[in-house]
Design a protein around this ligand. Structure first.
Ligand code: ZN
Ligand code: ZN
Length: 345
């Protein structure tokens, strides 16, 4: 049998910015001594993949294989691998961090200034195979399917990091999730699990329906006065935490206005390049504006465990095969599905 590393594989590539993804053949990646080769079984399609295609991030030399949400099986291991074996089912943390800087050494790998991200500056998982450092692997329990697992490193672990670590969400606090979508629906579940009350907004009925199903108070801000809902619910105090999944000046301003004094605005989206905020209300109320990016390795381990225990459900909106990438992109852009789009093999 031909060793897998000498074969070619199907892949989705960014060949040129502002052109459609190309589906075609690439060589199976070569392994470095500290890497493992993963046969990808499922990869999550993220709206960031579309941003990459638009050239909003410098990916280095093209072509690049995107795909930062990966689940699969180890099929080959590098010469220096000690603890991992072929046949193991895994998911993959996105950041390949330096391991030397103060952030890495204190477990805050998401802040490593020297990181390279799988599916961004390095080739990712929208392919038959991907090579990743063994330090990025998280073992999957049998009860978690590849499809469920693929979206955990981003859509779920990000929200977990955001609400639990950055937001310090506590029992009986009130959190408003602005723009409940693929991330936010997992945020609703995490916040409920943490014992918080959740108000979730969207202009789309099916998203509000899903948020309600997981225990949130759904609000369509076009039809209802969100400020009044928050005011009534918190008896005039304001929300403890607002998670902004929209990322515009309007959403940031609205988020700040919904907070109680000293409350925390969690910024997880970046549509506008600049946010403008009123200075005196911020100063006089000691509200905090906190950036939230990615997750630590340990947070991904915790999220996998919570999904395995059935405490968080991984929400998949649609599945397409890798070769149906263009249909999958259209589906993502239409915004009609609730939950993540997963590319199967
Ligand atoms: Zn993503
Ligand atoms: Zn580092």
């Amino acid at each position: 049998m031909t060793p897998v590393r000498n074969r070619s594989m199907k892949s989705v590539q960014i060949v040129e910015y502002r052109q459609p993804f190309q589906y075609g053949d690439r060589n199976v990646p070569k392994l470095q001594p500290h890497e493992v080769l993963i046969e990808v079984k499922a990869s999550g399609l993220c709206s960031t993949d579309i941003h990459l295609l638009e050239g909003r991030v410098d990916l280095g030399q093209l072509p690049r294989i995107p795909g930062h949400e990966i689940a699969g099986e180890i099929v080959d291991i590098g010469s220096e691998i000690v603890t991992w074996q072929t046949g193991q089912r895994i998911t993959v943390a996105i950041d390949v961090s330096c391991g030397e800087c103060v952030h890495c050494l204190t477990g805050q790998t998401q802040r490593c200034p020297f990181k390279q991200r799988i599916g961004f500056e390095r080739d990712g998982g929208h392919a038959g195979y991907v090579a990743v450092p063994a330090t990025n692997l998280v073992l999957l329990p049998d009860s978690v399917t590849y499809e469920e697992a693929s979206i955990l490193p981003d859509a779920v672990a990000c929200m977990y990091h955001c609400l639990v670590a950055q937001g310090q969400l506590r029992v009986n606090q009130t959190v408003v999730i602005l723009g409940v979508g693929g991330l936010g629906i997992h945020g609703v579940q995490i916040a409920r699990l943490a014992g918080a009350e959740v108000i979730a907004t969207s202009r789309r009925a099916h998203r509000l329906e899903a948020a309600k199903e997981f225990g949130a108070i759904p609000v369509n801000p076009v039809a209802e006065d969100l400020a009044k809902v928050v005011d009534d619910f918190t008896r005039g105090v304001g929300a403890d935490v607002v998670a902004d999944c929209i990322g515009t000046t309007t959403s940031i301003q609205e988020g700040l206005s919904l907070l109680r004094p000293g409350g925390r605005l969690l910024v997880i989206a970046y549509i506008d390049e600049m946010f403008q905020i009123p200075s005196i209300p911020l100063f006089s109320t000691e509200k905090e504006i906190i950036g939230c990016r990615g997750s630590t390795r340990q947070e991904l381990v915790e999220v996998v465990d919570l999904v395995a225990q059935g405490k968080i459900r991984s929400i998949i909106g649609a599945e397409y095969s890798l070769s149906q990438i263009h249909q999958a992109v259209s589906c993502l852009e239409a915004g009609d599905v609730m939950g993540r789009i997963v590319l199967t093999r």
